[in-house]
Write a protein that binds this ligand. Structure first.
Ligand SMILES: Nc1ncnc2c1ncn2[C@@H]1O[C@H](COP(=O)(O)OP(=O)(O)OP(=O)(O)O)[C@@H](O)[C@H]1O
Ligand SMILES: [Mg+2]
Length: 339
């Protein structure tokens, strides 16, 4: 049985608009078979059977939002190269409204995984991690001014490839949105950039990133409460959601109230992309007017679905509905160590 309240929240996700600013990547999978060792060097020879291109990084957040029935607008930087064209095409294929700033001095980030016999043999990265040029930053700022004001929720998906800088964060904090107030800013942080996120609405680090930001261990059960307090001290953020892998999540609604939401995952195959699913679902539910606790519980359900699938999977609205129906009342409890 699904409660009327849950039904209402799930139905209201459809059509919600979320803007994402961050580092998009092209995930390239090459699947093959190995039958011999190379005569040139002691390495396997992979005969390619198939290839696939998938949205990665901030692009995977956009893919998750659209899979749940939302409308994602993606603001990102690509190079003037074929990978950039491919990326623009698959954003389109996923119905993501993309606003792409071209940089002819950068290459589009691409991560190639070569997989044979269900095993990753090697990963090959192509990327530019130098700071963006002034004109590209200018292009980002212009687009933030144009598009962020039409949105109530903005996700900053920082994979540390150069899009998220102080001017970009300052611009986001200075926008007045459609309803006369600043869009709420949700950040999936990169530890090296913590100082850029001051005063945002909510951060969603995993335990490792949270621990690095706080300079404290985040080990369960006593770690998250202490780490959370230190992050509030450092960042002055409004709320905080630390994802704890197999332990689920710790939600801080302000610094004084913290809740533990245990994982809903029943089987775990591949945790890749679970963090993207969490921030996407959280944002969509917040855009639909859910309370922060309801939004986090829904995000935890969505993460439980993707970890049971192989690769960076995305839950559909129907799969999320079934997950909530199977387990509507989560055993949430005060976070240990908060007394
Ligand atoms: N091993 C696991 N068992 C059960 N649930 C898990 C597991 N790993 C992840 N989850 C679920 O996924 C959510 C996010 O996972 P995690 O804390 O690993 O984020 P992450 O490290 O940012 O993920 P990624 O970077 O791979 O996208 C958790 O809050 C939990 O609901
Ligand atoms: Mg993550």
């Amino acid at each position: 049985m699904i409660t009327a309240e849950h039904e209402k929240l799930l139905t209201s996700l459809a059509g919600q608009r979320v803007m994402i600013v961050g580092d998009v990547m092209l995930d390239h999978y090459t699947f093959g078979a190995v039958s011999r060792i190379s005569p040139e060097a002691p390495v396997p020879v992979v005969e390619v059977i198939s290839e696939e291109y998938v949205l990665g990084g901030a692009g995977n957040v956009a893919r998750n939002i659209n899979a749940l029935g939302g409308h994602a607008t993606m603001l990102a930087v690509i190079g003037d190269d074929r990978d950039g064209e491919t990326l623009a095409q698959i954003l389109d294929d996923n119905s993501v409204n993309s606003v792409l700033v071209h940089d002819d001095r950068r290459r589009t980030t691409r991560k190639t995984r070569i997989i044979a016999q269900n095993q990753q043999i090697v990963r090959v990265d192509r990327e530019t991690s130098e700071p963006l040029s002034e004109s590209v930053v200018g292009g980002l700022l212009e687009n933030i001014a144009t598009h962020a004001q039409d949105h109530d929720i903005v996700i900053v998906s920082d994979y540390g490839k150069g899009v998220i800088t102080r001017p970009v964060m300052d611009a986001l904090r200075a926008i007045t949105g459609a309803n006369g107030r600043r869009p709420r800013i949700l950040v999936d942080p990169k530890p090296q950039n913590y100082d850029l996120y001051h005063g945002v609405d909510i951060l969603t680090p995993n335990a490792k990133e949270a621990g690095e930001g706080a300079n404290l261990p985040c080990a369960w059960p006593a770690g998250p409460a202490r780490v959370g307090q230190a992050l509030f001290d450092r960042l002055g953020c409004r709320d905080l959601l630390i994802t704890l892998g197999p332990q689920g999540m710790a939600l801080f609604e302000g610094r004084a109230k913290a809740t533990h939401i245990p994982t809903f995952a029943r089987k775990v195959f591949d945790v890749t992309g679970a963090g993207d699913t969490v921030i996407a679902t959280l944002a969509l539910a917040m855009a639909a007017g859910a309370s922060l606790l309801d939004a986090a519980v829904l995000a935890n359900h969505a993460a439980g679905i993707v970890v049971a699938q192989v690769g960076a999977a995305t839950p559909t609205l129907e799969a999320l509905r079934q997950a909530v129906e199977a387990r509507p009342a989560p055993p949430v409890a005060p976070l240990p160590g908060m007394e």
